[in-house]
Design a binder for this molecule. Sequence first.
Ligand code: V47
Length: 392
Amino acid sequence: MNANLKITDARLEPIAQKLLASERLSAEDGLALFQSRDLLSVGWLANHGREERHGNVCYYNVNRHINPTNVCVAHCKLCAFGRSPDAKGAYAMAIDEVVARGAKGVAEGATEFHIVGGLHPDLPFDYYLDLIRALKRNFPDVHLKAFTMVEVHYYARISKLSIRDTLLKMKEAGVDSLPGGGAEIFHPRVRRIICDHKVSGTMWLSIARQAHEIGLRSNATMLFGHVETLEERVDHLVRLREAQDKSKGFVTFIPLEFHPANTALAHIPKPTGMDALKTIAVSRLMLDNFDHIKAYWIMLTPRIAQIALRFGADDIDGTVVEEKIYHDAGATTPEHLTRENLEKLIRAAGRVPVERDTLYNRVDRSQMPPIAPPHPADASGGFIPAASLTAN
Ligand code: V47
């Protein structure tokens, strides 16, 4: 390890030595990293691992989020997005509406649709399959990253199919990969408090494994900063690392910072920027078998996301457009950054922006139709003036 690093926390010394020797960190090491107040050393170590893997590159993609319905029977305490069917603001999109949003996304240059929604009590599994088929038919070149392990579990239940057959039907309809949501914190103590009707952590991991077995890759997340202990965060990371050793199917890990506003846990203070940066760094160091760690700018704010690119993250997610899950929970970030603004943000953090597709193949825009300017309705309040990203 580089002599320029001045570690002020003695507990980090043996961890730095292990990293130098490319040895795997233990759960105890993970806890020591989380407990350390020497944020700069933790970040330096994570940055070292990040630069060994990806040099100076920071990945982003051009995507659009589509949330077909916010009606949800789960009523998780952590969530401000889900609604009862008769609640104000409850909606379910007709498939034509989903396709219309897809068309906007394609005009904006999207290479990915990120599709997740609530567990609707009345929509059958066929609705979701038809929705995927319609998107694939209309936009065959767009990668469909659709439905979390939680939704897969629900579709299996309502259609009385096995998990494997549910996944096979999704794949046959056109799903290309699965997003990483719904993982929260795997430990049952935490799930009982924040999402007691959701699948268990063990089931989430089992569904991910079965998806990987049939050739569907997926992401993984961890929702941090609510009622979990640091030991429970480490347990989550270790369980993901073990799962990845076996299936090798996870693409990216995304630590998600909890936003308490408008949830049943609104009394919990928001995690600090220090906690967010440390969690990204520890994730990079513990998940030695994950290629990518994402700093989701929508959740972190563009400013913290820029710093995260020096704390272990090599990806900043996408242009997004129409984000609902965090904005219902009080996020004050814009819902959309243009490709140009994302690139400026990355360059201002001293990194080299590289546009990728969902599976990290480089995107060559010179071979693609030009991107239409964003619709003014999408732009309202949603654009950060470029100058504010590059100032200082
Ligand atoms: O599953 C819900 C979380 C997730 C809140 O795979 C909340 O590329 C904070 O999974 N405060 C959805 N978080 C988002 C997600 C995601 C995001 C970006 C990229 C990818 C990917 C996946 O958001 C949910 C849940 O864990 N969430 N409510 C809240 N109040």
